[in-house]
Design a protein around this ligand. Structure first.
Ligand code: NAD
Ligand code: UDP
Length: 312
């Protein structure tokens, strides 16, 4: 039986990945420092024979014997990654060096969860993998954006210099059950606000766009990418259906049948204006495209938050 390490396995995406991998009869080692993740996300797995959880901070070296590494550890929400910006850089740089060192020693394939944020406030639209991006190196988002860019650089350098077997997933905004109630991202904020009868906080005029992918689609893509043998290099993974943030807020009010109103707050610095993945490469190499529509995914996510807020 293959043993797979999932760093950040107690987080939103990591815990869904652990669930899916366990369905495929693999042994899972979840490593997490529980900074933005939670034991609640993996509690249902504690009694599973093939699941093991280790509290560990990846900025310190880790000695394990595994066959594959999904490297997801890093806070993803702007609120969380800006809480301790220096730590975010350390997690992306030192953490990724440690995981690459591990991969090199044990000759395991390693997949990095990179981000659409490496494109910054993109000037090319939609964004193909060949676009180098437009990132502010000294802003509030830089700890994450530049952190992920260095993480990608490290992946490529370990591949070229040390022949480490790598895959890089550039993940675009993903949502679904197990996002933290206090996560601070648009979809979780809007749903929690709508269900609590609070005003929905749209930053700026809400004309900035994002492309939201439902979690199950994304997890399928990560597993497919890990299995690809004839290809190395970053791959965009996300839903190419682009939508203004204001429309997302209105859709959530409609789906929750909420009487909440929309209020506008100031737009955070360096908030990207438009974001949409070109997923031609994922389609070609993985035979993958997202299947779940925004309304369908929102319905499932709303049901989850109702449970979390004890509304059903
Ligand atoms: P998350 O914050 O829910 O999960 C991250 C997990 O990593 C958490 O459980 C956290 O406790 C853990 N972690 C953070 N720093 C750590 C450290 N130093 N040592 C050990 N564990 C640590 O975020 P998520 O949405 O599940 O994102 C997972 C990965 O995917 C991240 O690398 C993120 O950058 C990337 N990503 C996510 C999205 C998205 O929309 N969800 C988009 C692009 C990229
Ligand atoms: N946003 C918003 N209200 C919120 C949270 C976020 O209008 O309560 C906006 C945010 O400014 C950004 C978009 O929604 O333009 C997506 O934000 P999120 O934090 O979900 O992801 P990211 O900015 O990392 O893409």
């Amino acid at each position: 039986m293959k043993r797979i390490l999932v760093t950040g396995g107690a987080g939103f995406l990591g815990s869904h990945l652990c669930d899916s991998l366990l369905e495929k009869s693999t042994d899972i080692v979840c490593v997490d420092n529980f900074f933005s993740g939670s034991k609640d996300n993996i509690r249902h797995l504690f009694s599973h024979t093939h699941f093991e959880s280790i509290r560990h901070d990846i900025i310190h070296p880790l000695f394990l014997e595994v066959d594959k590494i999904y490297h997801l550890a890093c806070p993803a929400s702007p609120i969380h990654y800006q809480l301790n910006a220096i730590k975010t850089v350390k997690t992306n740089v030192m953490g990724t060096i440690n995981m690459l060192g591990l991969a090199k020693r044990i000759k395991a394939r390693i997949l990095l969860a990179s981000s659409s944020e490496i494109y910054g406030d993109a000037k090319v639209h939609p964004q193909p993998e060949g676009y180098w991006g437009n990132v502010n190196p000294i802003g509030y988002r830089s700890c994450y954006d530049e952190g992920k860019r260095v993480a990608e650089t490290l992946m490529m350098d370990y591949h070229r210099q040390n022949k480490v077997d790598i895959q890089i997933a550039r993940i675009f905004n993903t949502y679904g059950p197990r996002m933290a109630v206090n996560d601070g991202r648009a979809i979780s904020n809007f749903i929690v606000q709508a269900l609590s009868g609070e005003p929905l906080t749209v930053y700026g005029d809400g004309s900035q766009t994002r492309s939201f992918c439902y979690v199950s689609d994304l997890i399928q893509a990560l597993i497919a990418l890990m299995a690809v043998d004839d290809f190395t290099g970053p791959v965009n993974l996300g839903n190419p259906e682009e939508i203004p943030v204001l429309d997302v807020a209105e859709t959530i009010i409609k789906l929750t049948k909420s009487s909440s109103k929309i209020i506008h707050k100031s737009l955070p610095a360096d908030d990207p204006l438009r974001r949409c993945p070109d997923i031609s490469l994922a389609k070609e190499k993985l035979g993958w495209k997202p299947r779940i529509s925004l309304e369908e995914g929102l319905d499932k996510t709303i049901a989850y938050f109702k449970e979390m807020l004890h509304l059903q």
